[in-house]
Design a protein around this ligand. Structure first.
Ligand code: 4EH
Length: 230
């Protein structure tokens, strides 16, 4: 069983690589993939670079070239739900693309023919996360994550995404990974720790909290691996 763990930015995977027993770096498609061992688990770890296209390429590569049979995403997100504060963890139940728009043809936002507005993540992986959180006394929220090729730092755009998709958090990669994994029938899981609130202060907050929130997410992923090893 090979498990893929991906992030979008270097900061999102560095805390994971530090915890590995060993790893080997392989270059492919202008990116670096780390074939890693964590106790008895075989992993492939990479950061995709930012946005939906790079994320889809990396998820596809991890599955088709490196043979990943499950995929975990770890990273940071902007909060929409006011209950989510900086450093809080959210697991995506379903993900959507907030910037996908062919409404001119009468379709809803986020929809293209033969696709669906929402893609659901793997219920078994989510249950493992809940069990880990319970044991560790960590608060873990579940909710809808909206993805788009935009760093949202605008209260109006944030409100529109909240209303249109009932989303709890937003980022720039999750839904494209979801589409790839769903298409290839690979169970997937998207975990994000909040780095900002997608508002006027988002740029500043993001720079301030990226490193810490990325580590909060990565540490939780390690705890999930420990549970898978039991
Ligand atoms: O990978 C991108 C990073 C921001 S862009 C998406 N990530 C962080 C999640 C995220 C996010 N996405 C959209 C956190 N807050 C978000 C927000 N809107 N408000 C980036 C960041 N730093 C340098 C270059 N690009």
């Amino acid at each position: 069983m090979k498990i893929a763990i991906m992030g979008a930015m270097p900061e999102e995977i560095e805390p994971l690589l530090e915890r590995m027993d060993s790893y080997e770096k392989v270059e492919y498609a202008k990116n670096s993939y780390y074939l890693a061992k964590y106790h008895e688990l075989e992993l492939v770890i990479a950061y995709s670079k930012i946005g939906k296209v790079f994320a889809a390429l990396t998820a596809s590569t991890m599955i088709e070239k490196f043979g990943a049979q499950k995929l975990l995403f770890s990273g940071v997100a902007g909060a929409i739900n006011p209950a989510l504060k900086i450093g809080d963890l959210i697991v995506a139940t379903r993900l959507c693309q907030h910037d996908l728009d062919i409404t001119a043809f009468g379709h809803p936002y986020g929809y293209v023919p033969e696709g669906s507005v929402f893609v659901e993540s793997d219920a078994t992986l989510r249950q493992i996360a809940k069990d880990v959180a319970k044991d560790a006394g960590i608060t873990l929220r579940e909710g809808i994550i909206a993805t788009g090729d935009q760093f949202v730092a605008d209260p109006d755009r944030k409100a529109w995404i909240a209303e249109t998709f009932d989303a709890d958090a937003l980022e720039m990669e999750g839904a494209s990974v979801a589409v790839v994994c769903d298409s290839l029938e690979v169970p997937f899981f998207v975990l994000r720790a909040i780095s900002d609130s997608a508002d006027m202060d988002a740029g500043f907050d993001f720079d301030t909290f990226l490193e810490n929130s990325a580590k909060v997410s990565a540490d939780f992923i390690i705890a999930m691996l420990d549970r898978l090893l039991r």
